[in-house]
Design a binder for this molecule. Structure first.
Ligand code: GLP
Length: 263
């Protein structure tokens, strides 16, 4: 596992955007580059940077197919807190060459939610799997909407959200936890860890414990993000404030191993 420590949120975002662009540009196969995407405040800076690079002709999305990690159950696309809305608002509407038919976002309004999730997994597989999954984590270490104690071998399915997550996410719903949907559709932990590469953004003091649990200590379903320790292509891009609970030896190790600039 690589842990790339950047001074602040802006630098972390720029680093991650450059990494994603470099992977898309290096993709020379006939099949499209399959990119997993996430919502939340963490990736907004990456999306802004990718839009700039796309407009400057530094990265094309013409041969990119995307799959988003999750979506609330019961929110229509037009709802300003749906993840469909978020992704178009922050990324898709601004890319010059993203094909709408290449965007895949779970439909939280589907009549048969289980069938919707199964279809999503099948579609990912039909492209030969995900090349790179971009994600964030919750303060409790949840990856996508895989709350603590979700099986590390879980697949895409319906998830009940914890009270904690609804409280944290209530900042987007008028500070009313009850207004936050109680369920979501989410890729599983194994759906993410089967991706060839995983890039997780962890920033801010409030994620310090989650970062420590992700990278040091044992793999445990209590911290679903810790499953990444067993992934051969996992990268954590983080900022200094998020490093506050790393042990000194882990912090020094990651700085040392990454000191030679590489993407
Ligand atoms: C939600 C999303 C996660 C995201 C998390 C963190 O719960 N389902 O995919 O990683 O929020 O959000 P933020 O980046 O705003 O801290």
């Amino acid at each position: 596992m690589r842990v790339v420590i950047q001074e602040n949120y802006d630098n972390m975002s720029k680093w991650a955007a450059r990494y994603i662009a470099s992977r898309i540009n290096a993709h020379k196969e006939d099949r499209p580059f399959v990119l997993g995407l996430a919502t939340g405040s963490s990736p907004i800076g990456v999306y802004e940077e990718l839009v700039k690079m796309n407009k400057a002709g530094e990265v094309s999305f013409a041969n990119v197919v995307t799959f988003n990690m999750d979506e609330y159950v019961g929110l229509p696309r037009e709802h300003d807190q749906s993840y469909w809305y978020f992704m178009h608002y922050y990324l898709f509407d601004h890319l010059t060459d993203m094909k709408p038919e290449n965007i895949n976002i779970l439909n939280g309004m589907a009549e048969d939610l289980d069938a919707e999730c199964a279809k999503f997994e099948e579609k990912m597989a039909s492209y030969g799997g995900v090349d790179l999954f971009l994600g964030g984590i919750g303060v409790d270490g949840h990856i996508a909407f895989n709350e603590p104690y979700t099986s590390l071998s879980s697949r895409t399915g319906v998830r009940n959200l914890t009270t904690d997550t609804r409280i944290v996410n209530s900042r987007f719903f008028g500070n009313d936890p009850e207004a936050v949907p109680a369920q979501a559709l989410s890729v599983g932990v194994a759906t993410v860890t089967e991706s060839k590469e995983v890039l997780i953004l962890i920033n801010g003091h409030n994620k310090a414990k989650a970062l420590a649990k992700t990278v040091q200590g044992g793999v445990s379903a209590k911290w679903t993000c810790s499953a990444l320790q067993n992934h051969n292509g996992a990268i954590i891009a983080c900022d200094e404030p998020a490093c506050g609970e790393l042990t000194v030896d882990a912090y020094k190790y990651f700085l040392d191993i990454e000191k030679k600039e590489r993407l």
